[in-house]
Design a protein around this ligand. Structure first.
Ligand SMILES: [Zn+2]
Length: 318
């Protein structure tokens, strides 16, 4: 049974006493970035959970979910501590840029664990990893299909880490009410970096194409609070939110040309090895490159923008 909590929760100069909530900003040193941060310190002891929305500025369901969790969760109901970031990348949010931060053109999700003396995105990553991953027992990173990205909901957990960290991550990910639960071996993204320091967690994807709906936010709220119940942070039964399909890994197609992208598949499509995924053409409608499925699988995301640059993701299947 959790016992009475008597520990102060402090992050970046903000403090929440036991049984209280504090809202303010995590100021990223050496930048003008102020990240909205909510600290909820429960009345009872328990795990410390870090939740981030808006690592990518155009992925709205996760951002709105983080805002609502921060607003609605009551310290009286919490055993443990919560630090909620909403959103992680406010400059990117207001710039409405795809994937990238406006200060340095970098993808924040690829900057972890970050650098204290790096570019703005590297400094944001460093602030989050050094101040939040360091206190976390579990990490939930809420994403969605970006402005140029269509997808079926899926959740990715770390597979190239301590086996127990991976097992707990996968078990929690399976409680989100999301059909596809995908293992990933990358270590420089948010959840991969957290896992390398022994913190289990996952990255979830709900919503697409720069849109958000009440239904998507409700799905996200049901899933995240179910995981909080699994972790013992909310005292209520863990629900079965539906069966899941476990996928060991995700394989992406990367653009080898700059031009116009014409996909032949949609998210959720079952594809066979060798099936055409799409092609890139130039402005004179001449084909520059064709892309084929490297194996049988299910399409998890497909880029929807006509514009494509060499080196950018086109689609991924698992
Ligand atoms: Zn994202």
């Amino acid at each position: 049974m959790p016992s009475t909590n008597n520990q102060l929760l402090t992050v970046s100069g903000l403090s929440a006493a036991p049984g209280s909530k504090t809202q303010g900003f995590l100021k990223v040193p050496g930048t003008d970035v102020s990240i909205p941060l909510t600290l909820i310190n429960g009345t009872k002891t328990g795990k410390t959970v870090v939740i981030t929305g808006g690592i990518h500025g155009g992925e709205y369901p996760g951002i709105e979910t983080a805002i609502r969790l921060a607003s609605h969760l009551d310290p009286k109901d919490i055993s443990g501590r919560l630090a909620i970031v909403h959103p992680a990348n406010p400059h990117a949010f207001f710039a409405k840029l795809q994937y990238l931060g406006p200060d340095d053109g970098k993808n924040l999700n690829r900057m972890f664990p970050g650098k204290a003396l790096g570019t703005v995105s590297e400094k944001i990553a460093y602030a989050i990893s050094s101040q939040l991953f360091s206190i976390a027992d579990f990490f939930m990173d809420l994403h969605g299909g970006d402005i140029h990205e269509a997808l079926v909901p899926f959740v990715i957990y770390p597979s190239a880490c301590d086996p127990e960290v991976s097992r707990v991550s996968a078990e929690a990910a399976s409680l989100m009410g999301i059909l596809y639960v995908v293992g990933a071996s990358s270590t420089n993204g948010t959840f991969g970096c957290a896992a390398q320091s022994g913190v289990p967690g996952f990255l979830a994807e709900i919503g697409q194409c720069g849109l958000w709906s009440e239904e998507e936010v409700e799905t996200y709220l049901r899933g995240t609070t179910n995981v909080l119940a699994y972790l013992g942070v909310l005292s209520r039964p863990v629900e079965d939110l539906g069966s899941v399909t476990r996928i060991p890994g995700m394989i992406g197609a990367i653009a080898a040309q700059t031009g116009c992208w014409y996909p032949s598949v949609k998210p959720g499509d079952k594809v066979a090895k060798g099936q055409k995924l799409g092609e890139i053409r130039d402005f004179f409608a001449q084909p520059l490159g064709e892309y084929f499925a490297p194996q049988d699988g299910t399409m998890l995301f497909v880029v929807t923008s006509l514009a494509i640059n060499e080196g950018e993701p086109l689609a991924a299947l698992g």
